[in-house]
Design a protein around this ligand. Sequence first.
Ligand code: CMP
Length: 222
Amino acid sequence: MVLNILKRVSFLKGMSGKEIRHILAIARERRCKAGEIIFLKEAIGNNFFIVKSGRVKIFTSVGTEKKKTFAFLKKGDFFGEMSLLGGKVRSASAQAVEPTELLVISRRNFKELILKNADFTLKLMHMLVKRLHSANQDVESMLFHNILGRLAEAILGLSKDKHSSPIKIAINQNELAQYMGTTRVPVCRAINTLKRSRVIDYKRGQLIVLNAARLKSIAGAG
Ligand code: CMP
């Protein structure tokens, strides 16, 4: 069952059953309740995690008010590699957004995987490059785009793994503001602008993309 999940949806897609079974053999499981903090920024990193089920938020906070969500991770995604690869302490905090099951791999086993399994290492690097690319886009968006363009880009980012038509995203306005690294009021105004022009609909914590082409053009022009 877990083998199938990892084979199908995770960054390990394409690895042989034998290799994935080895990863499962060296991992232990951790169950988290909704809202549970998995680790905090600046803590010493000792483990690497793969999400078996549920959803994990990666975020940072400055003071008590300012929060920035870097990513929402889902089944098959990984996290916790940065401190094991050099940073030592956690570069961000991780929290289970809903009941979540994790596969936990110790620092020693993670290093052994990297050294002995070139396929695993390449897949890890591939994901790190994707994350760097998305972080660069985030910086560009924050520096050069207006709030409407940033909102459009954030919605496109959150839509990436959704396959429903129309695309539906369950997210409240606070979460969306934190994902964009800003506050709720300007985001609320920008949502209303996109709603008025029928680019999106937003009701009771659910955002629906009505016009994806227009959204892309706003993200590009913002
Ligand atoms: P680490 O620094 O050990 O702990 C925090 C983890 O959050 C980090 O490893 C990465 O796995 C993950 N992380 C940090 N920044 C991002 C990002 N921009 N996108 C996705 N995951 C991230």
